[in-house]
Design a protein around this ligand. Sequence first.
Ligand code: SF4
Length: 68
Amino acid sequence: MTYVPVVDPYECSAHGDCVEVAPEVFQLEDVAVVIGSGPPELILKAAESCPAVAISVVDDETGEAVFP
Ligand code: SF4
């Protein structure tokens, strides 16, 4: 199972919560960008930590939206 996070740059407020939760997955530039991958639980935890709900998560195998 592979979860792929997608950051909406127009919603991201760049405070970095996702980077704190998963620094190997997200990096803060002008907004957060995805730089890597990680276990599904970590991707979900990072998405749930985003106060702007700017991170959506897709199951790479089924193409289904997992979050939000
Ligand atoms: S937690 Fe959300 S708002 Fe904050 S930097 Fe990450 S994507 Fe942007």
